[in-house]
Design a protein around this ligand. Structure first.
Ligand code: IMP
Ligand code: MG
Length: 183
């Protein structure tokens, strides 16, 4: 793929890891009322694979959040663009995210869910970024892969809404975003 500098995780590796997470969650939540709550739009791909790797009875819902970003760096505040649609009172919720970066998005979703009187909240993120720009240190129980502070795309993750469809995760070439109009 000409826009990628390198591939970090290919399709096969991702599938194997998502399966492992699904198995672990199925075990941990076997006596609970699990609801996955995925954050639009980035977590959609991960969620659709994860839910099919969870063998116990569960349901899922979607919330919308957009953090205002200048090109590739997360900044500003988080706007909730879609609230949950189902009654989550008494449910054991896992927030499903594409990537944990500054922590701002997950913090905002956690606050939102508390209002819904859930029984418990955990976080499952496909990628966990090790970054200096962490703002919220929230306990992230389930992590697909840990990555360095690089900008990645694919498997739901975008650069200006593109590249979400790539079945793999790769580091975007610097020249792709340095020529971007918003930088
Ligand atoms: P946070 O709120 O700073 O933790 O950022 C989370 C959101 O920023 C994610 O849901 C992504 O949409 C976006 N994001 C952070 N890092 C990356 C990246 O490397 N590639 C693509 N999107 C990213
Ligand atoms: Mg994004």
């Amino acid at each position: 793929m000409k826009d990628l500098e390198s591939v970090l995780f290919d399709q096969e590796l991702i599938a194997r890891r998502v399966k492992e997470l699904g198995t672990r969650i199925s075990e941990d939540y076997k006596d609970k009322q699990l609801v996955l709550v995925a954050v639009l739009r980035g977590a959609l791909i991960f969620m659709s694979d994860l839910t099919r790797e969870i063998s116990i009875h569960h349901s899922f819902d979607l919330v919308g959040a957009s953090s205002y970003r200048g090109g590739t760096s997360s900044q500003g505040w988080v706007q909730i663009t879609k609230d949950v649609g189902m009654d989550l009172a008494g449910k054991d919720v896992i927030i499903v995210e594409d990537i944990y970066d500054s922590g701002r998005t997950v913090a905002a979703i956690k606050d939102l869910l508390k209002v819904h009187h859930v029984a418990s909240i955990e976080v499952c993120t496909f990628l966990y970024k090790h970054t200096e720009s962490r703002l919220f240190d929230i306990d992230v129980k389930y992590r697909g892969f840990d990555i360095d502070d690089v900008f990645v795309v694919g498997y739901g993750l975008d650069y200006q809404e593109y590249f979400r469809n790539l079945p793999l995760v790769g580091v975007l070439k610097r020249e792709v975003y340095s020529s971007g109009a918003d930088e």
